[in-house]
Design a protein around this ligand. Sequence first.
Ligand SMILES: [Zn+2]
Length: 116
Amino acid sequence: MDRIPCNSCDKRVVPRLWHYRPFLAQIYVLPIRYMKTQHLCPFCGSCMYETGGEVTTIGKLVFALVVIPFTFLLVFFPNAKVDEVMGYYQHYCIVATAVVMYRPVKNWVLRIFKKT
Ligand SMILES: [Zn+2]
């Protein structure tokens, strides 16, 4: 097995893995971020490095369709009426969904056609 030098105790070790939920891992049932993994030194217990914690596709959609537009509205147009804004919001949702979903859909299509 590959051994990695520990920065604290200078031994070459196989790290122990510790999975945990990062900040904003989940909003109700929506997974916003992937689990994070700490790579711990088995001798001194220090965290050598961390992996994971990236934002999921659902998380990107939540930010693009809810957090960003409503923050923008509240900051720049606090007196806007719902009827006036809904048309723009629908168009914005179509564009934002296309931008966020382009890469995952492209990867799914490529994966499907590679296996068959
Ligand atoms: Zn160590």
